[in-house]
Design a protein. Structure first.
Lengths: 367, 474
């Protein structure tokens, strides 16, 4: 007797536990094996780039909170750096240090979320996720203390930051920094040596260094493939050139390497914040800029190393208070384009884990 | 957050702050009520001590009301009806009905406790609070959940096969209940002490998969079909290691009757888990695969196929699937305690404590283990599970069975004292487990610990060439 295998189409999403938002995968499956895959995005499109052309530069900062809603601080930082370069605004030194502190806190919070959901995708019933949420919660408390918001912070301003942190912020931050290394060890002890987790993530979703560069992969996904490319080292902004830290890179380029790279980056972020707290000078936290900032005509591409990778803002000014063109180079969207290479030909659980390791945020994809 | 500046209370936070614990409510009672409570507590203690005295001095032995052995009551009832000259079918009918109702209500009650315990325990594992709103310690939460599920509309998908879609929630309930039949709760106390109890157990446990496959097939949903296919594949694979490990137990005890297996363990003062560590592991691991629990819950893997075979079920039908899943976990706990943890025996303590209490405690101990696993471990992939069953569990179980065959013959026929033969078997089987597992893992080239490598830390910056240099240097 001969059996005929008939491929069938499976819609994963837009409502599915492991798509991390409203994002849809149309998968052609042969039994458990994925034969073809389409990524369908746009369910969360809010037309940010077009709306930005109608608003002043300062009014555009809150939009970036909503683009990558898990890393609002980094997004704020990116757009502020771009516009400052375009308009030639000087930033006080204290503001630069504050920016570094908050961007790195945001990186820890975002990586905790990314790694937690990755382990959940691998099937752990949310225990590592909730452990990682414990410290994320403290970081969000710090944000709330400083700027009143937890997720959509809207904290950075062109020429500095909106507020100087209150006095109790520093003691709370110190407390967090003191306990953070042991907490990271705790997360690591939950999963790093777990044989099941290793079996699920080792040699799954492998991307070679050459493929990663060809596919414009950025961030922990790129470094997981072994390419030592971190904008904080390659093109230091703010005061990263004064900080002493290392960049973790993976050995194989698989899901496990991406997980470990994120875990190590969290440790490095703690070190960076410690140095920044030790070095931070007194002084103003913001330079005054005109209410309707009119940068000279021209264009700029400002980029920062966000938690998900290189986050670029391409801003064109025509001399009016509103940008002529405002484009966000979203790391999630570009990283997602490599899912096809990882997922076709493997079984469904592997594809889910590979998708989780890319750490997409749908707000960032669709904008 | 500093202590001087507390966060503004949200409604939820205020509710939690104002929530008064049972102890504080008791402290707030007026003096008279506290006096009455104290007298009642003292009375309960005195009564308990009195019962304990009667039990220890042996004044209750053999009476029908001996609380340690409900089986006695049945025997006395049968004797009484025989003395009265009533037809012998009547006591069988009456005790059968009573026992059936007893098992149903016992399992039903345990389901309620099990849901609560699982949610509460997992919350504690996950540094959360868990359900604590409905009733004291949230104990009534399962009832609230059930009421909520009953109120919900039961949807039938347009493309579904209506009859086949209707049947599975009922069909899956039957084997889950039948499985409790031969469980020995105490000496002489089991609903149906079959002389082929082991065979019956294995047969019944593989019936549930039919309902699962019907559910998956009739739902007209790819997720459900995938989940059903995974479950069937897993059942087919894991029936074999379960059967082989139970066969080893049967070789030692020389009986297929569950009460005899427990009696053998009680008589020799040894639990099967000591005698057969690998068999116990095989049984437990394969059972997690059979009942769809972590780390083998691939049949309803949430992050992959949503809810597996019961994706399309809603309302109380989904509730029935969930209840059966939990009931199966408790059933496996009872089977595990019967086969490997000494059942109702506890090294002589069963003389004083009712056997069914010991049995229940052991069942919930195993269930706690399942909850612990669920809160801790990630999930295997389907092909890894299959490979684990066929390449690892089955060959090693067969090797163990060969050894056990020789050992059991020695125990029975050598004439040596039990401490020598059984003690020797314990040592041999433990050594076999350690050496066999390691050797077999090496033979099939499985060494995951070596795969765990931390990332390389670097200060360099660059592209492909830098990547190659770093990799070459490390």
């Amino acid at each position: 007797m001969t059996t005929v295998n008939e491929p069938y189409v499976l819609n994963i999403g837009p409502q599915h536990p492991s798509t991390h938002g409203v994002f849809r995968l149309r998968v052609v499956m042969d039994g458990e094996v994925i034969r073809d895959l389409d990524m369908i995005v746009g369910y969360l499109h809010r037309s940010m780039e077009k709306l930005a052309e109608e608003r002043t530069y300062t009014q555009n900062i809150p939009f970036t909170d909503r683009a990558d809603y898990l890393a609002a601080m980094s997004n704020n930082l990116g757009v502020c750096l771009a516009v400052e370069r375009l308009a030639g605004v000087e930033v006080p030194e204290r503001a630069s240090y504050l920016r570094v502190i908050f961007a790195e806190l945001q990186r820890i919070a975002s990586h905790a979320m990314a790694n937690g959901t990755l382990v959940s995708d691998a099937g752990a019933w949310q225990t590592p996720l909730l452990y990682m949420f414990r410290e994320r919660e403290k970081i969000l408390d710090l944000f709330e203390m400083t700027c009143g918001a937890r997720l959509t912070t809207n904290y950075m301003r062109i020429g500095g930051v909106a507020f100087d942190p209150p006095p109790e912020f520093w003691s709370a931050l110190q407390e967090l920094l003191d306990e953070m290394p042991t907490r990271i060890d705790e997360y690591a002890s939950l999963v790093v040596d777990s044989e099941i987790f290793l079996a699920r993530t080792r040699n799954v979703g492998v991307i070679s260094a050459a493929d990663a560069i060809n596919g414009s992969l950025v961030g922990p996904a790129l470094r997981g493939s072994g390419v030592p490319w971190d904008l904080r080292k390659a093109e230091p902004y703010c005061v990263y050139d004064r900080m002493n830290f290392e960049v973790p890179v993976g050995r194989h380029g698989d899901v496990y390497d991406r997980f470990m790279v994120r875990l190590e980056e969290t440790r490095q972020s703690v070190e960076i914040i410690k140095q920044a707290v030790a070095q931070i000078p007194d002084g103003p936290h913001k330079t005054d800029i005109p209410l309707a900032l009119r940068p000279p005509p021209g264009e700029v591409y400002g980029r920062v190393e966000g938690p998900r990778g290189e986050l670029g803002f391409y801003v064109v000014s025509d001399g009016t208070p509103a940008p002529y063109r405002f484009h966000i180079r979203a790391p999630s969207l570009i990283n997602l384009s490599l899912l096809r290479e990882m997922a076709v030909g493997v079984s469904l659980p592997d594809a889910v884990v590979a998708l989780g390791s890319l750490d997409i945020v749908v707000g960032d994809i669709d904008r | 957050m500093s202590a001087e500046a507390p966060r503004p209370a949200t409604p939820m936070a205020r509710q939690i702050l104002e929530h008064r614990s049972l102890l504080s409510r008791a402290r707030a009672l007026p003096g008279e009520a506290r006096f009455v409570l104290a007298v009642l507590t003292l009375g309960a203690l005195v009564t308990g001590a009195g019962i304990g005295f009667l039990v220890v001095t042996g004044q209750l032995d053999g009476r029908w009301y001996d609380i340690r052995d409900l089986g006695n009551a049945t025997a006395h009832f049968r004797d009484w009806t025989q003395r009265q000259g009533i037809d012998s079918s009547v006591p069988y009918l009456v005790t059968g009905l009573l026992g059936g109702i007893g098992i149903l209500s016992l399992v039903g009650g345990w389901l309620v406790i099990g849901v609560w315990a699982e949610r509460r325990l997992i919350a504690k594992f996950q540094i959360r609070q868990g359900p604590n709103r409905v009733g004291p310690f949230g104990l009534l939460q399962p009832l609230a959940d059930a009421v909520k599920l009953l109120q919900k509309e039961v949807l039938i998908p347009i493309g579904a096969d209506k009859l086949l879609f209707f049947l599975p929630p009922i069909l899956i309930f039957i084997p889950a209940m039948l499985g409790w039949g031969p469980v020995p709760w105490a000496p002489k106390m089991s609903y149906a002490d079959l002389n082929v109890g082991v065979v019956y157990t294995i047969a019944i446990s593989s019936l549930g998969v039919l309902a699962v496959f019907l559910a998956g097939w009739s739902s007209n949903n790819h997720y459900a079909l995938l989940g059903a296919m995974r479950t069937v594949a897993m059942m087919v694979s894991y029936e074999i290691p379960i059967s082989i490990s139970l066969l080893a137990v049967v070789l030692f005890t020389g009986s297929l009757q569950l009460s005899d297996i427990v009696a053998w363990q009680a008589q020799h003062y040894i639990w099967m888990i000591v005698l057969l560590p690998f068999g116990a592991f095989t049984f437990l691991f394969a059972s997690t695969a059979e009942i769809n629990r972590t780390p083998n819950d691939i049949g309803e893997a949430e992050s992959e196929i949503v809810a597996g075979f019961h994706t399309e079920y809603s309302g109380m039908k989904a509730g029935l699937f969930l209840a059966v899943e939990l009931g199966n976990a408790l059933l496996v706990g009872a089977m595990m305690s019967t086969f490997f943890l000494g059942g109702y025996s506890l090294f002589g303590l069963e003389e004083w404590v009712p056997g069914y209490l010991i049995m229940g405690a052991k069942t919930f101990l195993v269930y706690f283990g399942f909850v612990w696993l669920r809160a801790t471990l990630p999930r295997f992939r389907l092909d890894q599970l299959m490979a684990f069953a066929w390449k690892f569990l089955i060959p090693l179980s067969i090797i163990q069975l060969l050894f056990v065959a020789v050992e059991s013959m020695l125990i029975v026929q050598s004439g040596l004292p039990g401490i020598v033969t059984i003690g020797g078997s314990v040592i041999i089987n433990a050594g076999l487990t350690v050496i066999g597992v390691r050797a077999w893992a090496n033979a099939i080239g499985y060494s995951p610990k070596e795969m765990a490598s931390p990332p390389i830390m670097t200060n360099g910056v660059g592209g492909l060439r830098a990547a190659e240099q770093i990799r070459a240097a490390s």
